[in-house]
Design a protein around this ligand. Structure first.
Ligand code: PHB
Length: 390
């Protein structure tokens, strides 16, 4: 019925309206190996669940072509080229590492292929290097960490030591935190960036943190590095005297059980926790648990919401790369993490940020939400958004 009306309108106005259900080729660019492999698998699971849940709302169908970035920017660039030029995908979805996003940005922008970023927080992709073809459904590195600088100062913390892996995400996450913490009056008494994907022993850095005179430590680590870091922090006996804070990827529900009791008491900020109390989240958590037997993480939500955004874009009448790019920028809905929308000035997501503490739960570690901080759009950071022509 809906299509009959659209087709009739199309005839009357001369607009191109698809006569039959359209199949969209989706290039999924994720790490299925390397330090972020578990994150890639989780995003894929969330995406498939989103297609399952919302797919019946659209006549469109989706054919997925997956490629492994291996968390290596040059490998990812080769895979992006293959998806765009050889597979001729209509849209791309994925990317976990900020380094990978930085590497594929020009290719995606130049080819005019819409990309739904389902993790990588690289501030520049929705800042100085923004593109009308790049829409982020996950978070930006600054967005997650800026609210925490102010919040920690308000809790009475004055001196902080920071640590993060030495690549774009590490530097931007610590940068966002530092900006608001020092603006509030706090002091960074020491800071190190550890070699990304190469650091196994955090001992020397933890010794420096201990002797720095800090009241607390603030870090960004994710995936395998987060598990090693949290365990070593605890076994060094630092947690009692030098409380550990960070962005919530540090204690993600995806791997907090691998960290075990070492993660308890760690306080972090993130745009999602599976314990958020809302009907949308309850429905999502229960559907995800039914599929996997465990609670979803922020990475699952990125995939789930990316699928929903894609479906919303096709419902809004998108038929090709240009119309998809334009429709993706207008997506707005209440999802598991709260009300979210896309900032038209940058194409970055706007969403609330939650402060949560990892605590002991019935079947392992769980997330106790301490505060919900209001959604704030990122500063444009040099983004001058040109419209997509269609
Ligand atoms: C990133 O590189 O942008 C990144 C990777 C893993 C995370 C968060 C951000 O958990």
């Amino acid at each position: 019925m809906k299509r009959t009306i659209l087709a009739a309108l199309g005839l009357a106005t001369g607009l191109a309206v698809p006569a039959a259900a359209q199949d969209f080729k989706v290039g999924m660019l994720l790490p299925f190996s390397g330090v972020y492999a578990s994150l890639g698998n989780e995003i894929e699971t969330g995406f498939n669940l989103g297609i399952e849940k919302f797919g019946s709302e659209t006549d469109a169908t989706f054919e997925i072509v997956s490629e492994d970035t291996e968390v290596k920017p040059p490998v990812a660039l080769g895979k992006a080229k293959k998806l765009i030029l050889q597979d001729k995908v209509d849209v791309m979805m994925g990317i976990v590492s900020s380094g990978v996003l930085g590497a594929v940005r020009d290719m995606v922008h130049g080819a005019g292929v819409p990309l739904i970023v389902a993790n990588a927080g690289n501030d520049e992709a929705t800042g100085i290097n923004c593109s009308p073809y790049i829409t982020r459904m996950s978070f930006s590195n600054g967005q997650v960490n800026r609210p925490m600088g102010k919040w920690m100062y308000e809790q009475g913390i004055r001196k902080v030591y920071t640590l993060a892996p030495d690549y774009a995400a590490g530097r931007q996450m610590i940068g966002g935190f530092t900006e608001t913490f020092t603006a509030a009056g706090g002091e960074i008494v020491g800071q190190e960036y550890t070699p990304f994907q190469k650091t196994q022993d955090f001992g020397p850095y933890l010794a420096q943190a201990k002797s720095s005179g800090a009241d607390a430590v603030f870090v960004f680590y994710a995936g395998g590095e987060a598990i090693s870091f949290v365990k070593q922090y605890d076994s060094f006996g630092l947690k009692a005297d030098l409380p550990l804070y960070g962005s919530g990827f540090l204690t993600s529900p995806l791997y907090v059980n691998a960290e075990g009791p070492a993660a308890e008491g760690v306080i972090t900020a993130l745009h999602y926790a599976p314990t958020i109390d809302s009907p949308e989240n309850a429905a999502f958590v229960s559907a995800f648990k039914e599929k996997t037997g465990r609670a979803p993480s922020e990475f699952a939500v990125h995939g789930y919401d990316a699928a929903r955004a894609l479906i919303e874009a096709t419902k809004a009448g998108a038929t090709d790369r240009e119309t998809l790019a334009n429709a993706l920028r207008k997506v707005k809905f209440d999802g598991p993490r709260g009300t979210l929308s896309i900032d038209p000035a940058t194409n970055n997501i706007v969403q609330p940020i939650y402060v949560y503490e990892t605590v002991a739960g019935d079947g392992g570690q769980t997330q106790k939400v301490l505060a919900k901080l209001p959604a704030e759009a990122d500063p444009a950071n040099g983004c001058e958004m040109a419209p997509v022509s269609n």
